[in-house]
Design a protein around this ligand. Structure first.
Ligand SMILES: Cc1cc2nc3c(=O)[nH]c(=O)nc-3n(C[C@H](O)[C@H](O)[C@H](O)COP(=O)(O)O)c2cc1C
Length: 385
Protein backbone atom coordinates (compact mmCIF):
# COMPACT_ATOMS: atom_id res chain seq x y z
CA UNK A 1 0.00 0.00 0.00
CA UNK A 2 1.26 3.47 -0.78
CA UNK A 3 1.59 5.17 2.64
CA UNK A 4 2.85 8.51 1.33
CA UNK A 5 0.26 11.19 2.10
CA UNK A 6 -2.06 8.83 3.99
CA UNK A 7 -3.81 9.79 7.25
CA UNK A 8 -3.38 7.30 10.07
CA UNK A 9 -5.22 7.19 13.38
CA UNK A 10 -3.02 5.51 15.98
CA UNK A 11 -4.95 3.85 18.83
CA UNK A 12 -2.95 3.19 22.01
CA UNK A 13 -4.10 0.92 24.82
CA UNK A 14 -2.81 0.01 28.27
CA UNK A 15 0.15 -2.26 27.65
CA UNK A 16 3.79 -2.07 28.63
CA UNK A 17 4.62 -1.48 24.93
CA UNK A 18 2.68 1.82 24.92
CA UNK A 19 6.01 3.69 25.04
CA UNK A 20 7.02 2.03 21.74
CA UNK A 21 4.01 3.70 20.12
CA UNK A 22 5.99 6.99 20.33
CA UNK A 23 8.60 5.49 18.02
CA UNK A 24 5.94 3.99 15.75
CA UNK A 25 4.38 7.43 15.37
CA UNK A 26 7.76 8.89 14.34
CA UNK A 27 8.44 6.07 11.88
CA UNK A 28 5.06 6.67 10.23
CA UNK A 29 5.70 10.42 10.05
CA UNK A 30 9.06 9.75 8.38
CA UNK A 31 7.11 7.89 5.69
CA UNK A 32 5.19 11.14 5.13
CA UNK A 33 2.04 10.03 6.86
CA UNK A 34 -0.14 12.34 8.98
CA UNK A 35 -0.86 10.81 12.38
CA UNK A 36 -3.48 11.54 15.03
CA UNK A 37 -3.71 9.66 18.31
CA UNK A 38 -6.52 8.17 20.38
CA UNK A 39 -5.88 6.57 23.79
CA UNK A 40 -7.69 4.46 26.34
CA UNK A 41 -7.72 5.79 29.87
CA UNK A 42 -5.41 2.93 30.93
CA UNK A 43 -2.94 3.83 28.15
CA UNK A 44 -2.59 7.36 29.55
CA UNK A 45 -1.22 5.80 32.77
CA UNK A 46 1.68 4.30 30.77
CA UNK A 47 2.54 7.34 28.59
CA UNK A 48 0.93 10.77 28.97
CA UNK A 49 -1.18 12.19 26.14
CA UNK A 50 1.00 15.32 26.19
CA UNK A 51 3.83 13.29 24.63
CA UNK A 52 1.62 12.10 21.78
CA UNK A 53 0.05 15.54 21.32
CA UNK A 54 3.53 17.02 20.95
CA UNK A 55 4.73 14.29 18.56
CA UNK A 56 1.62 14.34 16.39
CA UNK A 57 1.15 18.10 16.70
CA UNK A 58 -2.53 17.45 17.21
CA UNK A 59 -4.85 17.05 20.23
CA UNK A 60 -5.04 13.47 21.49
CA UNK A 61 -8.53 12.01 21.79
CA UNK A 62 -8.90 10.61 25.32
CA UNK A 63 -11.90 10.14 27.60
CA UNK A 64 -11.76 13.93 28.08
CA UNK A 65 -12.88 14.47 24.49
CA UNK A 66 -12.29 17.92 22.99
CA UNK A 67 -15.56 17.88 21.07
CA UNK A 68 -18.81 15.95 21.35
CA UNK A 69 -18.27 13.99 18.16
CA UNK A 70 -14.48 13.53 18.31
CA UNK A 71 -14.82 9.77 17.68
CA UNK A 72 -16.68 10.36 14.39
CA UNK A 73 -14.40 13.23 13.45
CA UNK A 74 -11.17 11.20 14.00
CA UNK A 75 -12.50 7.96 12.49
CA UNK A 76 -13.79 9.73 9.37
CA UNK A 77 -10.56 11.70 8.98
CA UNK A 78 -8.34 8.62 8.85
CA UNK A 79 -7.57 6.35 5.90
CA UNK A 80 -6.13 3.68 8.20
CA UNK A 81 -6.64 2.88 11.88
CA UNK A 82 -3.82 1.08 13.71
CA UNK A 83 -4.29 -0.03 17.31
CA UNK A 84 -0.76 -0.57 18.62
CA UNK A 85 -0.26 -1.92 21.18
CA UNK A 86 -3.61 -3.59 21.53
CA UNK A 87 -4.18 -5.08 25.01
CA UNK A 88 -6.17 -8.26 25.61
CA UNK A 89 -8.89 -6.15 27.22
CA UNK A 90 -9.14 -3.78 24.26
CA UNK A 91 -9.16 -6.72 21.86
CA UNK A 92 -12.23 -8.13 23.63
CA UNK A 93 -13.87 -4.69 23.49
CA UNK A 94 -13.36 -4.48 19.71
CA UNK A 95 -15.23 -7.77 19.39
CA UNK A 96 -18.03 -6.91 21.81
CA UNK A 97 -18.72 -3.63 20.03
CA UNK A 98 -19.68 -1.81 23.20
CA UNK A 99 -17.57 1.18 22.23
CA UNK A 100 -17.35 2.29 25.81
CA UNK A 101 -14.08 4.23 25.52
CA UNK A 102 -12.31 6.21 22.75
CA UNK A 103 -10.19 3.44 21.10
CA UNK A 104 -13.02 0.94 20.61
CA UNK A 105 -15.49 3.73 19.82
CA UNK A 106 -13.27 4.88 16.91
CA UNK A 107 -13.03 1.25 15.80
CA UNK A 108 -16.84 1.12 15.54
CA UNK A 109 -16.98 4.44 13.72
CA UNK A 110 -14.08 3.73 11.35
CA UNK A 111 -15.08 3.00 7.74
CA UNK A 112 -11.52 2.45 6.46
CA UNK A 113 -8.77 -0.13 6.77
CA UNK A 114 -8.05 -1.41 10.27
CA UNK A 115 -4.96 -3.02 11.84
CA UNK A 116 -4.25 -4.32 15.32
CA UNK A 117 -0.88 -5.08 16.90
CA UNK A 118 -1.53 -7.27 19.96
CA UNK A 119 1.29 -7.30 22.54
CA UNK A 120 1.14 -9.12 25.85
CA UNK A 121 2.51 -11.96 27.96
CA UNK A 122 2.86 -15.12 25.84
CA UNK A 123 0.43 -17.20 27.94
CA UNK A 124 -2.16 -14.43 27.57
CA UNK A 125 -1.46 -14.24 23.84
CA UNK A 126 -1.89 -17.98 23.34
CA UNK A 127 -5.05 -18.16 25.45
CA UNK A 128 -8.14 -19.41 23.62
CA UNK A 129 -9.96 -16.11 24.29
CA UNK A 130 -7.27 -13.92 22.68
CA UNK A 131 -6.76 -16.31 19.76
CA UNK A 132 -10.51 -16.53 19.15
CA UNK A 133 -10.82 -12.73 19.22
CA UNK A 134 -7.96 -12.35 16.73
CA UNK A 135 -9.55 -14.94 14.47
CA UNK A 136 -12.85 -13.04 14.59
CA UNK A 137 -11.11 -9.77 13.73
CA UNK A 138 -9.36 -11.42 10.77
CA UNK A 139 -12.68 -12.78 9.53
CA UNK A 140 -13.98 -9.20 9.57
CA UNK A 141 -11.08 -8.13 7.34
CA UNK A 142 -9.07 -6.50 10.13
CA UNK A 143 -5.33 -7.08 9.60
CA UNK A 144 -3.22 -8.36 12.44
CA UNK A 145 0.51 -7.78 12.85
CA UNK A 146 1.68 -10.87 14.76
CA UNK A 147 3.71 -10.16 17.89
CA UNK A 148 7.26 -11.47 17.92
CA UNK A 149 9.00 -14.15 19.96
CA UNK A 150 11.48 -12.89 22.53
CA UNK A 151 12.04 -11.85 26.12
CA UNK A 152 8.91 -10.15 27.41
CA UNK A 153 8.61 -7.38 30.00
CA UNK A 154 7.25 -9.96 32.48
CA UNK A 155 10.56 -11.88 32.28
CA UNK A 156 9.13 -14.80 30.30
CA UNK A 157 10.25 -15.82 26.85
CA UNK A 158 7.67 -16.46 24.16
CA UNK A 159 5.42 -14.86 21.57
CA UNK A 160 3.83 -11.58 22.55
CA UNK A 161 6.55 -8.98 22.01
CA UNK A 162 5.66 -5.72 20.26
CA UNK A 163 7.50 -5.80 16.90
CA UNK A 164 10.06 -3.15 15.93
CA UNK A 165 8.15 -0.04 14.76
CA UNK A 166 9.96 -0.14 11.37
CA UNK A 167 8.75 -3.72 10.90
CA UNK A 168 5.15 -2.74 11.74
CA UNK A 169 5.28 0.09 9.21
CA UNK A 170 6.87 -2.26 6.63
CA UNK A 171 4.10 -4.80 7.09
CA UNK A 172 1.44 -2.14 6.54
CA UNK A 173 3.29 -0.63 3.57
CA UNK A 174 4.70 -3.74 1.89
CA UNK A 175 2.82 -6.74 3.28
CA UNK A 176 0.84 -9.31 1.32
CA UNK A 177 1.32 -9.06 -2.42
CA UNK A 178 -2.03 -8.27 -4.01
CA UNK A 179 -1.19 -8.50 -7.71
CA UNK A 180 0.05 -11.80 -9.10
CA UNK A 181 3.13 -10.11 -10.52
CA UNK A 182 6.72 -10.80 -9.66
CA UNK A 183 9.84 -8.68 -9.77
CA UNK A 184 13.29 -10.26 -9.84
CA UNK A 185 15.94 -7.71 -8.94
CA UNK A 186 19.68 -7.90 -8.38
CA UNK A 187 21.00 -5.51 -5.74
CA UNK A 188 24.34 -4.53 -4.23
CA UNK A 189 27.83 -5.39 -5.39
CA UNK A 190 29.76 -8.57 -6.01
CA UNK A 191 33.04 -9.70 -4.43
CA UNK A 192 35.47 -11.67 -6.57
CA UNK A 193 37.96 -13.54 -4.43
CA UNK A 194 41.71 -12.99 -4.83
CA UNK A 195 42.44 -15.20 -1.83
CA UNK A 196 40.43 -16.13 1.31
CA UNK A 197 40.70 -12.59 2.72
CA UNK A 198 40.98 -10.29 -0.32
CA UNK A 199 38.61 -9.54 -3.13
CA UNK A 200 37.80 -7.20 -6.02
CA UNK A 201 34.61 -5.21 -5.53
CA UNK A 202 33.05 -1.76 -6.01
CA UNK A 203 31.23 0.95 -4.07
CA UNK A 204 27.60 0.04 -4.79
CA UNK A 205 25.50 0.56 -1.63
CA UNK A 206 22.31 -1.13 -2.87
CA UNK A 207 20.22 1.99 -2.10
CA UNK A 208 18.76 2.31 -5.61
CA UNK A 209 17.80 -1.37 -5.59
CA UNK A 210 16.24 -0.94 -2.15
CA UNK A 211 14.10 1.95 -3.43
CA UNK A 212 13.01 -0.07 -6.48
CA UNK A 213 12.20 -3.21 -4.47
CA UNK A 214 10.10 -1.13 -2.06
CA UNK A 215 8.25 0.61 -4.90
CA UNK A 216 7.19 -2.71 -6.43
CA UNK A 217 6.29 -4.17 -3.01
CA UNK A 218 4.07 -1.24 -2.09
CA UNK A 219 2.30 -1.68 -5.42
CA UNK A 220 1.44 -5.25 -4.48
CA UNK A 221 4.17 -7.13 -6.37
CA UNK A 222 6.03 -10.14 -5.06
CA UNK A 223 9.74 -9.29 -4.97
CA UNK A 224 12.69 -11.69 -5.22
CA UNK A 225 15.97 -9.93 -4.55
CA UNK A 226 19.28 -11.55 -5.44
CA UNK A 227 21.59 -9.55 -3.19
CA UNK A 228 25.32 -9.21 -3.09
CA UNK A 229 27.01 -7.50 -0.13
CA UNK A 230 25.50 -4.03 0.49
CA UNK A 231 24.66 -1.42 3.10
CA UNK A 232 20.99 -1.08 2.08
CA UNK A 233 18.36 -2.85 4.18
CA UNK A 234 15.48 -4.60 2.49
CA UNK A 235 12.13 -5.07 4.20
CA UNK A 236 11.28 -8.60 5.40
CA UNK A 237 8.60 -8.77 2.71
CA UNK A 238 11.36 -9.08 0.07
CA UNK A 239 12.34 -12.67 -0.59
CA UNK A 240 16.12 -12.49 -0.43
CA UNK A 241 18.69 -14.75 -2.01
CA UNK A 242 22.13 -13.78 -0.73
CA UNK A 243 25.16 -14.29 -2.97
CA UNK A 244 28.79 -13.12 -2.97
CA UNK A 245 30.24 -13.25 -6.47
CA UNK A 246 29.12 -12.71 -10.06
CA UNK A 247 28.94 -16.42 -10.79
CA UNK A 248 26.57 -17.22 -7.91
CA UNK A 249 24.48 -14.15 -8.78
CA UNK A 250 24.25 -15.37 -12.38
CA UNK A 251 23.13 -18.85 -11.25
CA UNK A 252 20.54 -17.49 -8.82
CA UNK A 253 19.07 -15.11 -11.43
CA UNK A 254 18.82 -17.76 -14.14
CA UNK A 255 17.18 -20.17 -11.67
CA UNK A 256 14.53 -17.57 -10.79
CA UNK A 257 14.08 -16.00 -14.23
CA UNK A 258 11.01 -17.99 -15.28
CA UNK A 259 9.01 -16.68 -12.30
CA UNK A 260 9.55 -12.99 -13.12
CA UNK A 261 7.36 -10.54 -15.01
CA UNK A 262 10.08 -7.90 -14.71
CA UNK A 263 13.82 -8.34 -14.16
CA UNK A 264 15.81 -5.35 -12.93
CA UNK A 265 19.60 -5.64 -13.17
CA UNK A 266 20.51 -3.13 -10.51
CA UNK A 267 23.52 -4.85 -8.90
CA UNK A 268 27.00 -3.61 -9.74
CA UNK A 269 28.43 -6.89 -10.96
CA UNK A 270 32.18 -7.25 -11.47
CA UNK A 271 33.07 -7.52 -15.17
CA UNK A 272 36.31 -9.37 -14.35
CA UNK A 273 37.49 -11.71 -11.63
CA UNK A 274 40.88 -13.22 -10.74
CA UNK A 275 41.47 -16.23 -12.96
CA UNK A 276 42.47 -18.30 -9.94
CA UNK A 277 41.61 -17.44 -6.34
CA UNK A 278 44.48 -18.54 -4.08
CA UNK A 279 43.36 -21.14 -1.55
CA UNK A 280 45.58 -19.60 1.18
CA UNK A 281 46.23 -15.96 2.04
CA UNK A 282 48.89 -14.61 -0.32
CA UNK A 283 51.95 -13.72 1.78
CA UNK A 284 53.65 -10.33 1.76
CA UNK A 285 56.84 -11.95 0.60
CA UNK A 286 55.02 -13.22 -2.47
CA UNK A 287 53.32 -9.87 -3.05
CA UNK A 288 51.10 -9.94 -6.09
CA UNK A 289 52.48 -7.75 -8.84
CA UNK A 290 49.90 -8.67 -11.43
CA UNK A 291 46.48 -10.19 -11.19
CA UNK A 292 45.44 -12.37 -14.06
CA UNK A 293 41.78 -11.64 -14.75
CA UNK A 294 39.04 -13.29 -16.74
CA UNK A 295 35.57 -12.11 -17.71
CA UNK A 296 32.64 -12.95 -15.47
CA UNK A 297 29.34 -14.23 -16.86
CA UNK A 298 27.25 -11.47 -18.37
CA UNK A 299 24.01 -11.83 -16.40
CA UNK A 300 22.15 -9.30 -18.55
CA UNK A 301 23.03 -11.11 -21.79
CA UNK A 302 22.10 -14.46 -20.24
CA UNK A 303 18.66 -13.25 -19.17
CA UNK A 304 18.07 -11.70 -22.60
CA UNK A 305 18.85 -15.10 -24.16
CA UNK A 306 16.31 -16.78 -21.85
CA UNK A 307 13.74 -13.99 -22.01
CA UNK A 308 10.14 -15.23 -21.64
CA UNK A 309 7.29 -13.83 -23.72
CA UNK A 310 5.96 -10.68 -22.06
CA UNK A 311 8.90 -10.47 -19.64
CA UNK A 312 10.50 -7.05 -19.29
CA UNK A 313 14.17 -6.47 -18.69
CA UNK A 314 15.59 -3.35 -17.10
CA UNK A 315 19.27 -2.58 -17.21
CA UNK A 316 21.46 0.15 -15.72
CA UNK A 317 24.25 2.06 -17.42
CA UNK A 318 26.64 4.02 -15.24
CA UNK A 319 28.58 6.38 -17.47
CA UNK A 320 31.36 8.79 -16.53
CA UNK A 321 31.46 10.63 -19.88
CA UNK A 322 29.07 11.31 -22.77
CA UNK A 323 26.49 9.53 -20.67
CA UNK A 324 23.54 9.84 -22.99
CA UNK A 325 25.43 8.87 -26.18
CA UNK A 326 27.23 5.94 -24.57
CA UNK A 327 24.08 4.69 -22.92
CA UNK A 328 22.18 4.70 -26.22
CA UNK A 329 24.73 2.21 -27.55
CA UNK A 330 23.95 -0.06 -24.61
CA UNK A 331 20.25 -0.03 -25.41
CA UNK A 332 20.42 -3.32 -27.23
CA UNK A 333 17.74 -5.76 -28.31
CA UNK A 334 15.99 -7.43 -25.44
CA UNK A 335 16.30 -4.49 -23.04
CA UNK A 336 12.98 -2.75 -22.37
CA UNK A 337 14.15 0.01 -20.05
CA UNK A 338 17.64 1.43 -19.61
CA UNK A 339 18.43 3.63 -16.64
CA UNK A 340 21.37 5.90 -17.38
CA UNK A 341 23.16 7.31 -14.36
CA UNK A 342 26.28 9.38 -13.91
CA UNK A 343 28.81 9.99 -11.15
CA UNK A 344 27.87 13.69 -11.17
CA UNK A 345 27.58 13.73 -7.39
CA UNK A 346 31.25 12.82 -7.10
CA UNK A 347 30.89 9.22 -6.02
CA UNK A 348 28.65 7.79 -8.71
CA UNK A 349 25.57 8.18 -6.57
CA UNK A 350 26.84 5.31 -4.39
CA UNK A 351 25.29 5.57 -0.95
CA UNK A 352 23.63 8.92 -1.70
CA UNK A 353 19.89 9.52 -1.56
CA UNK A 354 20.00 11.44 -4.84
CA UNK A 355 21.35 10.51 -8.23
CA UNK A 356 21.57 12.01 -11.71
CA UNK A 357 19.63 9.71 -13.99
CA UNK A 358 17.76 9.44 -17.26
CA UNK A 359 15.49 6.73 -18.64
CA UNK A 360 15.43 5.23 -22.13
CA UNK A 361 12.68 2.98 -23.44
CA UNK A 362 11.66 2.11 -27.00
CA UNK A 363 9.01 4.84 -26.95
CA UNK A 364 10.31 7.51 -24.65
CA UNK A 365 13.38 9.08 -23.19
CA UNK A 366 13.57 11.04 -19.96
CA UNK A 367 16.64 13.28 -20.10
CA UNK A 368 19.31 13.25 -17.40
CA UNK A 369 18.37 15.19 -14.27
CA UNK A 370 18.95 15.01 -10.53
CA UNK A 371 16.32 13.24 -8.50
CA UNK A 372 15.79 11.01 -5.50
CA UNK A 373 16.28 7.26 -5.76
CA UNK A 374 12.61 6.91 -4.70
CA UNK A 375 11.62 9.13 -7.65
CA UNK A 376 13.73 6.99 -9.98
CA UNK A 377 12.00 3.87 -8.59
CA UNK A 378 8.53 5.25 -9.11
CA UNK A 379 9.28 6.35 -12.71
CA UNK A 380 10.82 2.98 -13.45
CA UNK A 381 7.72 1.25 -12.05
CA UNK A 382 5.53 3.29 -14.41
CA UNK A 383 7.73 2.29 -17.38
CA UNK A 384 7.41 -1.42 -16.61
CA UNK A 385 3.64 -1.54 -16.08
C1 LIG B 1 2.47 -2.75 34.37
C2 LIG B 1 1.37 -3.35 33.52
C3 LIG B 1 1.67 -3.82 32.28
C4 LIG B 1 0.70 -4.38 31.46
N1 LIG B 1 1.03 -4.81 30.23
C5 LIG B 1 0.08 -5.36 29.44
C6 LIG B 1 0.40 -5.80 28.14
O1 LIG B 1 1.55 -5.72 27.68
N2 LIG B 1 -0.61 -6.33 27.38
C7 LIG B 1 -1.89 -6.43 27.83
O2 LIG B 1 -2.74 -6.95 27.09
N3 LIG B 1 -2.21 -6.00 29.06
C8 LIG B 1 -1.28 -5.47 29.88
N4 LIG B 1 -1.60 -5.03 31.14
C9 LIG B 1 -2.99 -5.13 31.57
C10 LIG B 1 -3.79 -3.97 31.00
O3 LIG B 1 -3.21 -2.76 31.35
C11 LIG B 1 -5.22 -4.05 31.52
O4 LIG B 1 -5.85 -5.19 30.98
C12 LIG B 1 -6.02 -2.81 31.16
O5 LIG B 1 -7.33 -2.98 31.66
C13 LIG B 1 -6.07 -2.56 29.67
O6 LIG B 1 -6.92 -1.47 29.44
P1 LIG B 1 -7.21 -0.86 28.01
O7 LIG B 1 -7.28 -1.99 27.05
O8 LIG B 1 -8.49 -0.14 28.18
O9 LIG B 1 -6.12 0.09 27.70
C14 LIG B 1 -0.64 -4.47 31.95
C15 LIG B 1 -0.93 -3.98 33.22
C16 LIG B 1 0.05 -3.42 33.99
C17 LIG B 1 -0.31 -2.88 35.37
Amino acid sequence: MVLLGKKILLGITGGIAAYKACELLRVLQKRLVQVRVVMTDEATKFVGPTTFAALSNFPVYTKNAETALQHIDYAQWADIYIIAPCSATSLARLISGTGEEPVSLCFLAMPGEKWVVPAMNSVMYNSPAVQKNLQTLRSWGVKVVEPEFGYLACGMEGQGKFPEPEDIADEIEFGEPSAKKTLLITIGRTQEAIDPVRYISNRSSGKTGEAIAKEFLRNGWRVFAVCGPMEAKLPKQCEKIEVKDAESMNKAVLKMQAKANVIVHCAAVADYRPKRAASQKIKNSRAVQKLELEETSNILTNTIKNKKKGQKIVSFALETENAWENAKNKFKNGIDVLIVNTPASGNGGFGDDFVEYGILTKNQSIELAFGSKEGLASRLFECTK
